[in-house]
Design a binder for this molecule. Structure first.
Ligand SMILES: [Zn+2]
Length: 355
């Protein structure tokens, strides 16, 4: 199977989050047949190459896709090639990265290098990251990581996190005609929402400011009753200079409503430009500096490990109908990961920075 055939196979094997069993088995079977020693946890698979333990590099991407949306002109689960594009669900996000990483793995399969590399293709990235969270404890120490997502092969060195707060304004119910006997929870929520709209957090140099966006609100039981409860959700796309827990505390201190953390596991992440993984990725990409990324990924669960997010494709095509990857992008992706691996181990051996 060449790179195009491999991507066709991946796209034509449906793997919506929660339903990755078949792709994990079939891909695992193909790779086992080629001599890779496949390990599996749930519907995530991985294998490790190399004789020496350290430095240990992780190349990570995901097998799952979002469900097909409306607007597809062709069958989303049947890959087809047209005008130099491979079209199908997941072609861009992120099966192109998976295929390119596998091609790079084949190139070094029988080669000697100073360290080890784990290639991990995990389930559930689009739904909460259960795949990587289950696999990571089994991988041992990781010195550096590359997360394969469609970045146009630009090197992302910072990624926003996600903090969701559930806020509850408590009041006292009364007849609307005797409002002085009650305490209006919706009015209290409205004051808080005005406060949130002007709340400011320290801006990040690459990613800019974090805003508190109110995204859902419910309150009130009857049109003639002062409401005693109003609940609203706040979505904050946090930046690496902030900490989700501290941001939550700041919001709680500003609002009259009770503030509870609904979700905080997508921590914002960034990697220092002086790290070998960044310098090598930039050299291979022929770029002078990294970029920031507003979308979350499984990188959020690798906090503390020097990592970059880079892969073939374009994030604007993800989660949309008629998703595609250019065949030229796939080829460039294979070349990028191959050169990256080669250069990383050369530089790591020279600098002896990790061991
Ligand atoms: Zn993705």
């Amino acid at each position: 199977m060449n790179a195009v055939q491999l991507l066709e196979f991946l796209v034509s094997t449906p793997s919506v989050s929660g339903d990755e069993g078949k792709i994990a088995s079939d891909l695992g079977g193909i790779l086992s047949g080629e001599g890779f020693r496949i390990q599996r946890e749930g519907d995530s698979i991985w294998f490790t190459l190399g004789k020496r333990e350290r430095p240990h590099m992780l190349l990570l991407s995901h097998l799952d896709t979002v469900p097909p949306c409306r607007g597809w002109k062709s069958h989303p689960f049947k890959a087809h090639i047209e005008d130099g594009k491979l079209i199908g669900l997941g072609a861009n996000d992120a099966k192109g990265s998976v295929a390119a990483m596998i091609m790079a793995a084949r190139e070094i399969q029988h080669r000697d290098f100073e360290g080890s590399i784990t290639f991990a293709f995990v389930a559930d990235e689009e739904r909460g990251g259960e795949g990587i969270r289950a696999v990571k404890p089994k991988l041992g120490h990781i010195d550096a990581a590359v997360v394969g997502e469609p970045t146009g092969l630009q090197v992302c060195t910072a990624q926003r996190g996600l903090l969701i707060l559930r806020c509850t304004a408590q009041g006292k119910a009364s007849h609307a005609a005797h409002a002085h006997l009650g305490e209006n929870a919706i009015h209290k929520a409205a004051r808080d929402i005005s406060r949130l709209a002007v709340m400011e957090f320290d801006a990040h140099q690459d990613l800019g400011a974090t805003r508190a966006e109110v995204t859902q609100i419910t309150g009130g039981l009857a049109r003639n009753q002062v409401p005693d409860r109003c609940e609203f959700f706040v979505d904050l796309r946090t930046t690496p200079n902030l900490d989700n827990a501290i941001v939550a505390d700041e919001v709680a201190a500003t609002l009259e409503s009770e503030v509870a953390i609904h979700s905080h596991r997508y921590e914002p992440v960034a990697t220092n430009p002086s790290e070998v993984v960044v310098r090598v990725a930039l050299e291979v990409a022929d770029a002078s500096c990294g970029i920031g990324s507003v979308t979350t990924s499984d990188w959020a669960f690798l906090k503390g490990i020097p990592a970059v997010k880079v892969g073939p494709g374009n994030t604007n095509r993800s989660h949309r109908p008629n998703e595609y990857l250019l065949l030229s992008e796939l080829e460039q992706g294979v070349a990028f990961y191959s050169r990256f691996i080669h250069t990383y181990f050369l530089m790591a051996a020279k600098e002896v920075v990790h061991v």
